[in-house]
Design a protein. Structure first.
Length: 293
């Protein structure tokens, strides 16, 4: 249908034309090629402690660097990979590579950090997922407690019985579970009681209009209160301004992730940031005054 209306134009499908989303066939074909050519990369975005802004961990974000299209954003290729199953291959690679990368980050930083990895609904449902997880931990030697697996509310709600079984197995490996894009999915708060969840990531949509929006302020405050009572950690996503940062810090939000404190970056840039912050700890004021000559 898109083809008939002309070349290179964006076609918006109305619900009346419902059916499966019309994926870009050429992009899909290019994906298989891209896997063979090694065009997929991982970027890492810092997650910092709100009061000190010290890096505590990183979220792993996949990138596709196409030779002619340039950077294809994940919102375009992840849904295709989810539909054709390539996500299982890409996701397994990302999980293993990220665990290995974290060990290198820790060597540079000379302290313990954590790595957060997105797990798509299809990966989560895959029979082999626990094997993939065990392989990533064994191969990297990373202790499970330093791994956070990000899933969405939707992933939990498709099949809560299966989800509970898998989450329990993840918890046995001491990996922590984060609910990504918290508050944007269709779910009930009951799952916070039922499932072993450790982290809530407040979606960027609720952060964007802080501190001006009263409604978003009320939603964020409520999530912060809820997480305190349930002993969960909170990460605010998409923090771009000092005002947002200040607002969240005043209300006890523990972790911040956003362009203000670091964009997603290649591993070598992340390592430079870690090594710089390690060296910056010896600040000039710590030096004793030179003895008078
Ligand atoms: P997400 O997991 O919610 O990741 C956060 C997204 O917010 C990232 O977009 C990140 O670049 C963006 N972001 C972070 N801070 C800011 C900010 O201050 N301002 C703005 N405007 N954006 C910010 P990205 O990298 O484009 O990824 C989009 C989504 O694609 C992710 O959302 C996740 O759902 C999916 N994704 C990315 N990598 C993977 C992966 O390895 N596996 C799976 N299954 N999904 C992935
Ligand atoms: Mg995420
Ligand atoms: Mg998110
Ligand atoms: Mg998101």
């Amino acid at each position: 249908r898109a083809k008939e209306t002309g070349k290179a134009r964006c076609v918006v499908y109305s619900p009346a034309q419902a059916g499966p989303p019309q994926h870009d066939i050429s992009l899909e074909a290019a994906m298989f090629q891209a896997v063979r050519e090694g065009e997929f990369l991982l970027y890492y975005q810092p997650i910092v402690d709100a009061p000190t802004r010290e890096i505590q961990g990183f979220e792993t974000l996949m990138r596709w660097k196409h030779p002619t299209l340039g950077m294809v954003p994940p919102v375009r290729f992840i849904p295709i990979a989810e539909a054709n199953g390539l996500i299982n291959l890409l996701g397994a690679w990302a999980l293993k590579a990220a665990c290995v990368q974290l060990r290198q980050f820790e060597e540079v930083a000379r302290r313990s950090l954590y790595i957060s990895v997105n797990i798509s609904p299809r990966q989560f449902r895959n029979d082999k997922f626990l094997d993939v997880l065990d392989d990533a931990l064994a191969f990297s030697g990373l202790p499970g407690e330093q791994l956070v697996l990000e899933i969405t509310e939707g992933t939990l709600m498709v099949d809560p019985v299966h989800a509970e079984a898998i989450l329990t197995k993840m918890a046995e490996r001491r990996a922590r579970i984060a609910i990504d894009d918290f508050g944007t999915g269709y779910s009930s708060l009951a799952y916070l009681k039922r499932f072993p969840i450790s982290v809530l990531k407040i979606d960027r949509a609720f952060i964007r209009d802080l501190p001006g929006s009263q409604k978003d302020g009320a939603i964020c405050s409520t999530v912060l209160d809820l997480s305190r009572h349930l002993d969960l950690s909170v990460v605010a996503e998409g923090v771009e301004t000092e005002e947002q940062m200040g607002w969240l810090n005043e209300r006890g939000c523990q972790y911040i992730q956003g362009y203000l404190t670091g964009k997603p970056m290649p591993a070598n840039v992340a390592m430079a940031a870690l090594s710089e912050s390690m060296h910056a700890k010896l600040v000039p004021q710590d030096l004793p005054a030179p003895a008078a000559a």
